[in-house]
Design a protein around this ligand. Structure first.
Ligand code: THU
Length: 137
């Protein structure tokens, strides 16, 4: 069984492979899907700063490429934080697309691997998601 500690460790490991020459802020993410598969990602910056990919986006893209779309848990870790990382608002929205806000868990870690766990709903109490678009069809 993969524990939250395992996910945090995988997020910290992949953070070391981040490409972050501009911010020097190395981030890693590890998703566990509802089927139990794991997908990692790290931030990939660009000289054209706006083209930067966040760690969460990178992990989500890998998950979707492998045919998985349901996030049960995601661990996120930053290597140079003096506190547990908080995902950016855009990444909360990206996670929202593939989550059930009341049950999807986010494990937010510091560089030492200490983490706090929240549901997506706790971090983003009012959120826009795919179901809003149903009424437009
Ligand atoms: N970053 C992430 O990868 N995820 C977040 O949730 C916050 C920010 C990255 C983007 C950029 O490469 C660096 O951290 C500084 O913003």
């Amino acid at each position: 069984m993969t524990t939250a500690e395992d996910l945090v460790k995988a997020a910290l490991d992949v953070a070391h492979r981040a490409y972050a020459p501009y911010s020097k802020f190395f981030v890693g993410a590890c998703i566990k899907t509802t089927s139990g598969q794991l997908f990692i990602g790290c931030n990939v910056e660009n000289a054209s700063y706006g083209a930067t990919l966040c760690a969460e986006a990178s992990a989500i893209a890998t998950m979707v490429s492998h045919g998985e779309q349901h996030i049960a848990e995601i661990a996120i870790a930053g290597l140079h934080c003096n506190q547990t990382i908080i995902p950016c608002g855009i990444c909360l929205q990206r996670i929202r697309e593939f989550s059930k806000p009341s049950t999807t868990l986010l494990h937010l870690a510091n560089p030492q691997g200490k983490f706090v766990t929240y549901t997506l709903e706790q971090l983003q109490p009012y959120s826009f998601g795919p179901e809003f678009l149903e009424t437009a069809k």
